[in-house]
Structures are given as structure tokens and as C-alpha cells.
Write a protein that binds this ligand. Structure first.
Ligand code: ADP
Ligand code: TRP
Length: 332
């Protein structure tokens, strides 16, 4: 049985991409693996959120995990900052990671653009901390969306450099894990950019907490093109909005993109949008309702997180002691 680790930042606006690209897959992995699901608040700090919002969003992500089907009796749900070993290992990894590797990270370039001189060190070192999150638990599989693949590759490289530097076989290389359908959900306003929490337009994404009327409105307003839908993904190669809506439908209906294309061949966008709205509401509304109930029980949520961080700390502290020994820190 492998060990799974994944995480989401508490930065608000939890959306359909987070659900389909991450959380939903975690639920299906629960029975076959040992699982740790983290709320990565140290990563969120790179955007300096208001402290009150950070607390609200941390509970919101916790509620979303549970409402979507992560069972706290079966999986460890915890807050990253509650386990000090993440930061300690990140420092050790910082000393092993060449700047050249970090300079290749596309997410940093996308997020900072021409303003990279003003960006904070935390944002630059973000993938090193992510490597520490994964490796401190010696996770074997990391289920994340396609957008995080490069960061996972860096984590594998860092594991390798650590082993070589200290001539040990301590870290094993964690595997990327993704489902093909909807591994990348795109913006509803622009089919070439990913659905993201930080897009200024609320109409670019469906929030996990959107009510049915809001979902219907956002899908009605979603960008389309003038042609009827074609029978294969290949025939719609240059129609990113059409492919995105079909991809979301396929993911929700648990069918392949090819089958979704066949199903809607020749249909107008309005036909697809109606069916898609129904699917979205059927999937998200029960989750939204459970989240509303859970968010009223903040003591329950905090209790889950406390229990989770105790269990996570137990694993992390043991591994951290080994690592400190390997790098030569004197035990005092
Ligand atoms: P965001 O990218 O919206 O800021 P996070 O960085 O916190 O969200 O991502 C949390 C998880 O959700 C990661 O596993 C990431 O791969 C996944 N994810 C985020 N956006 C998408 C998307 N548009 N499509 C698929 N998965 C996504
Ligand atoms: N960087 C991830 C994202 O933006 C979040 C994350 C942080 C993560 N640490 C992780 C994901 C460890 C998986 C494993 O989506």
C-alpha cells in the first residue's frame, strides 16, 4: 500500500478545477492507500492574505475535503503550518537546489511575469517547500492537476540530489498521479487559460460554493464559438472553449471526452450548456449543502485538524530525526 500526499492552498474561491483536478480523485484513492491531505497555508502566505481570511479559508478547504467525501477517520487531514518539519526540511532542500532548476519553473514565471524582481523569495522557493511537503512523509504518489506536474518533477530531482549528496538511499521518487479527463479545467471566459482562484473574473470559474442559480448563470455566460459541436476532439482542435465544456461534462458524467463528443455531435452549445448545468448542480449542490453545515461547526473542524496534525507530526518528526542525522546536525 502506497502513501498519498496532496494539498490545496487556503486562498479562497475553491473552484471546479480544484474539485475535478484534485479533491475528487483523492476520494477514490482513500481505500487503496494511506492518505495525508494538507491545507497548505505556508504556501498561501506567499500571496500575503489577510489573516482573518486565511483562517476562514483554511476551515473552508477542510470543510470541502470532508463534504466531498474525504473521511477523517480514514485519512489524515491537517494544516501544513502545524507540522514544523515541513519548514525545516524546506531549508535543507534549499541548500541543495540549484537556482537554475527554480528558474525553469513556469508557474513562477506565469505568476510574476515582468515583475519577478519584486516577487518575494517565498514565491520563488515555493516548489522547494512543496518538495518538503511530499518527501517529509516519503509519499509514494502525489495526486495533483497537470499544472503541478513540473513541481513534482522538481521534488523528484531534489530527492535524487539529497541521496547523491549524502550517499544514501533515503528518499524514493514520488510518482505523479492524475486522471486524464479534466486534469486541467480551463477558464469559462478563455479556453486557453486554466480555471484559477486568482482570475479577477468570477465568471471565469464555478465555485464549489456556488448555488444552482449562479451555476446556471455562469454556464449561460460561458464563452462559445459559432459552430455546432463536432464528433471528435480532433475535429475541435482549435476550439478550446468547446473542448473545455465537453471535458467538464465528460468528467462529471464519468465518460471519456470522445464519448461526450459523440453524444453532442451536431448539437448547439445551448443543448450542451443545459445538460452541463444539470450535471454540475447534481454534483456540486450536495457538497455545497454539506459545507454550509460543516462551516457552522468550527469546533468540529478545528478538532479534525488538531487530530490530523498530531498524526502527521508523528510521521514527520520521526523522518526529520533521520534526516537531521544524515546531514550531520548534532543531537543536543
Ligand atoms: P489554484 O491553481 O486555483 O490557485 P491551487 O494552486 O491551490 O489552486 O491548486 C490546488 C489543486 O487543484 C492542485 O492539485 C491543482 O493541480 C488543482 N487545480 C487547480 N486548478 C486546476 C484546474 N484548472 N484544473 C485542474 N486542476 C486544477
Ligand atoms: N502547489 C500546489 C498547488 O498549487 C499545492 C501544494 C503544496 C501541494 N504542497 C503540495 C500539492 C504537496 C501536492 C503535494 O496546487
Amino acid at each position: 500500500m502506497g502513501r498519498i500526499l496532496s494539498g490545496i492552498q487556503p486562498t479562497g474561491n475553491l473552484h471546479l478545477g480544484n474539485y475535478l483536478g484534485a479533491i475528487r480523485n483523492w476520494v477514490t484513492l482513500q481505500n487503496s492507500h494511506e492518505n495525508l491531505f494538507c491545507i497548505v497555508d505556508l504556501h498561501a502566505l506567499t500571496t500575503l492574505p489577510d489573516p482573518k481570511d486565511m483562517q476562514t479559508w483554511t476551515r473552508e478547504v477542510t470543510a470541502a475535503y470532508i463534504a466531498a467525501g474525504i473521511n477523517p477517520d480514514q485519512s489524515i487531514i491537517f494544516v501544513q503550518s502545524a507540522v514544523a518539519a515541513h519548514s525545516e526540511l524546506a531549508w535543507i532542500f534549499s541548500c541543495l537546489t540549484p537556482l537554475g532548476w527554480l528558474n525553469r519553473m513556469t508557474q513562477f514565471k506565469d505568476k510574476t511575469g515582468k515583475n519577478s524582481e519584486q516577487a518575494n523569495l517565498g514565491l520563488y522557493a515555493y516548489p522547494v517547500l512543496m518538495a518538503a511537503d511530499i518527501l517529509i512523509y516519503k509519499a509514494t504518489h502525489v495526486p495533483v492537476g497537470e499544472d503541478q506536474k513540473q513541481h513534482l518533477e522538481l521534488a523528484r530531482d531534489i530527492a535524487g540530489v539529497f541521496n547523491r549528496q549524502y550517499n544514501v538511499d533515503y528518499f524514493h521518487l514520488p510518482e505523479f498521479f492524475s486522471l486524464k479527463v479534466a486534469a486541467r479545467v480551463m477558464s469559462l471566459r478563455d479556453g486557453t487559460s486554466k480555471m484559477s482562484k486568482s482570475d479577477p473574473s468570477d465568471y471565469s470559474r464555478i465555485h464549489v460554493m456556488d448555488d444552482p442559480d449562479t451555476i446556471a448563470l455562469k454556464i449561460r455566460k460561458a464563452k462559445t464559438d459559432p459552430d455546432p459541436l463536432a464528433s471528435t476532439p480532433h475535429a475541435m482542435e482549435n476550439r478550446p472553449e468547446a473542448l473545455n465544456l465537453l471535458g467538464i461534462y465528460a468528467a462529471l458524467a464519468n465518460i471519456s471526452l470522445e464519448d461526450a463528443c459523440r453524444m453532442f455531435e451536431g448539437a448547439s452549445f445551448s443543448g450542451l450548456k443545459q445538460k452541463l448545468t444539470d450535471q454540475l448542480i447534481a454534483t456540486l449542490d450536495p457538497i455545497r449543502k454539506k459545507m454550509i453545515d460543516l462551516l457552522k461547526e468550527s469546533t468540529y473542524l478545528d478538532h479534525i485538524l488538531k487530530e490530523g496534525s498530531l498524526k502527521a507530526s508523528e510521521i514527520a518528526t520521526k523522518n526529520m530525526n533521520d534526516i537531521k542525522n544524515i546531514v550531520g546536525f548534532l543531537k543536543t
